[in-house]
Write a protein that binds this ligand. Structure first.
Ligand code: NCD
Length: 288
């Protein structure tokens, strides 16, 4: 059985193959059922996975507020819930506040589990969308300087993309943390968000995130990208954000030619169609 739990389980070659599937002709999966199981709020992840499934001809069922609307509210374990859904659906897309929920689910599941963001550790499908967007906009994934800004401590999209970028050559990663939201294990590649000003001209990709307030991240002084700072970026650089955004990314930046975050949201459909196909079509190997 194959699952998509961590970006660490995917090779560079598998990522490149997935991009080919995303850009190719999609296979019909009309007899298959996708189950959405969301224990945390979601807009893009849930709706784009469901749209991807519908475009593949699949049927979709699930619950968007599983903490209240599934038997979790009656004390059922994630393991029992997953075991039961295994006889109703062909693939489960799981979002959960616990870091280990996807791996626990995969351990007992007889159908593929996709980690749609669990805790603050991992969000591998967002990472594949981020990489695809960089590749489409900049034409490469090697020889890049990437700056992550904001909630370095709790942003799962930063954690997963930071791991994935290590698969590519000559990628320099810089972290700029909001006050108190740094990740001690990163050492001296991590700076304060105010230091972004002196490095902004080096970046090919500026990756912003909101403070994850629901995970206890909240400062009185979040970094806010000004128009002036955005315009000091290289002309052929891009600004990414997994969305939803808060104050860190004012709407005025949307007309900047470097803004690529709505492309990112649009790319979700083809990448998630490719992920579903890779997991459900037996002839295609991708994810261990
Ligand atoms: C992210 C998430 O849920 O981690 N959203 C998303 O999936 N695009 C980012 C966030 O919530 O800040």
């Amino acid at each position: 059985m194959k699952h998509l739990i961590s970006i660490s389980n995917i090779s560079r070659q598998e990522i490149e193959e997935l991009f080919q599937v995303a850009e190719g002709v999609h296979q019909s999966l009309s007899n298959k059922v996708l189950c959405s199981l969301y224990f945390e709020p979601s807009t893009r992840t849930r709706l784009s996975f469901e749209a991807a499934a519908l475009k593949l001809g699949m049927n979709v069922l699930g619950t968007e507020n599983a903490i209240l609307n599934s038997s979790s509210a009656k004390g059922e374990s994630i393991e029992d819930t997953i075991k039961v859904i295994g006889s109703y659906a062909d693939i489960i897309i799981l979002r959960h506040p616990d870091n280990d929920a996807a791996i626990r689910a995969a351990t007992i599941s007889n159908i593929p589990i996709v980690n749609a963001g669990c805790g603050s550790n991992e969000h591998p499908t967002q990472t594949l969308i981020d990489l695809f967007t960089i590749k489409k906009r900049l034409g490469k994934l090697d020889n890049l300087t990437v700056g992550f800004v904001g909630d370095i401590k709790n942003s799962r999209t930063i954690h997963s993309l930071g791991k994935a970028l290590k698969l590519f050559s000559n990628v320099k990663i810089l972290y700029f943390a909001n006050h108190g939201l740094d990740e001690p294990s990163l050492g001296d590649i991590q700076k304060n968000a105010e230091d972004l000003e002196s490095s902004i001209g080096e970046l090919d990709v500026l990756y912003l995130t909101r403070e994850q307030k629901e995970k206890g991240s909240s400062t009185n002084s979040p970094f806010v990208l000004s128009e002036e700072l955005a315009n000091r970026m290289k002309p052929n650089s891009i600004i990414l954000h997994p969305l939803p955004r808060n104050e860190e990314l004012p709407a005025i930046i949307d007309t900047n030619p470097r803004a690529a975050y709505f492309d990112q949201a649009n790319n979700a459909i083809s990448i998630r169609m490719a992920i579903i196909q890779k997991l459900l079509v037996k002839s295609v190997e991708l994810v261990k």
